[in-house]
Design a protein around this ligand. Structure first.
Ligand SMILES: CCCCCCCCCCCCC/C=C/[C@@H](O)[C@H](COP(=O)(O)O)NC(=O)CCCCCCCCCCCCCCC
Length: 238
């Protein structure tokens, strides 16, 4: 990604942010983070030994919608997430869609058919396995960030919580320019209380309770995927 459009997007965003931030249309009014996190519960299959790709993507689409309510400053993140979700949805809708029904079946299908670039992006630059790995790494960020939000005090800075979670997860896979841009964007995050309001779940106490109930499911999805990718040696796909 080249530097100019990246920073241009941020500058333009900062102009728009005051009028766009936290403004929701009627569809978004109904948005509730609880429903999004429930998708991560409903994607678990067979005693947490597999994950339904369709529901996993439903969870991600909800998260992207949530991020979009935080202002255009995060559009560079949302665009990348949407691109990856679309790649996965195209596989699901395609002729071999049944092979992409679960993470286990996708990995088996792509590896047995030599459909994954293992060392260098070449003939299969957007395999399901590598695309999902990017979302999986981002899920680790989400898990860390929401856990920090859940256990933080009322006066905690969301930008600090977010960047700590980012530095302990996704940042390890991002080049300097993206790390810098992300760290600037984090300053645009709303306060903890406003964040909780946008989640549309209820009072801060109810949000904390909801996160306590929902986060274990996000962790189960993360842990299953991590184990599957370790077993098949897929954690470093280019
Ligand atoms: C609360 C909002 C804060 C969002 C911050 C998210 C962490 C910052 C991520 C920065 C990603 C920058 C965009 C570009 C990434 C790509 O280079 C990079 C590598 O892709 P490639 O190998 O194909 O080149 N892509 C990725 O690592 C995947 C990133 C996907 C990020 C999805 C983040 C979705 C966040 C959803 C927010 C929901 C918040 C809910 C909290 C209540």
């Amino acid at each position: 990604m080249c530097a100019k459009p990246f920073f241009f997007c941020l500058l333009r965003s900062s102009n728009n942010i005051l009028c766009n931030r936290f403004k929701m249309d009627s569809a978004e009014d109904k948005f509730c983070l609880r429903e999004v996190l429930v998708s991560f519960k409903s994607c678990l299959l067979n005693d947490d030994k597999d994950v339904l790709v369709e529901h996993y993507l439903t969870g991600w689409k909800g998260l992207v919608r949530f991020m979009n309510t935080l202002g255009t400053v995060f559009s560079f993140v949302s665009k990348d997430a949407v691109t990856k979700i679309q790649i996965m949805e195209n596989y699901l809708k395609g002729d071999n869609g049944e092979r992409y029904r679960t993470l286990r079946s996708m990995v088996e299908y792509e590896l047995s058919g030599n459909l994954v670039d293992l060392t260098k992006r070449s003939s299969h630059p957007d395999s399901g396995c590598r695309t999902l790995l990017r979302l999986h790494r981002a899920l680790r960020w989400l898990q860390l960030f929401l856990e920090k939000l859940r256990t933080s005090s009322e006066d905690s800075k969301t930008s600090t919580l977010c960047s700590e979670a980012y530095n302990d997860s996704l940042a390890n896979y991002h080049p300097w320019l993206i790390r810098k841009t992300a760290s600037v964007a984090f300053f645009a995050l709303p306060t903890r209380n406003t964040f909780f309001e946008v989640m549309n779940v209820g009072s801060p106490d109810v949000v904390v309770e909801m996160l306590g109930e929902a986060l274990p499911y996000v962790s189960k999805v993360y842990d299953f995927t991590q184990e599957l990718y370790v077993q098949r040696n897929l954690l470093d796909l280019p």
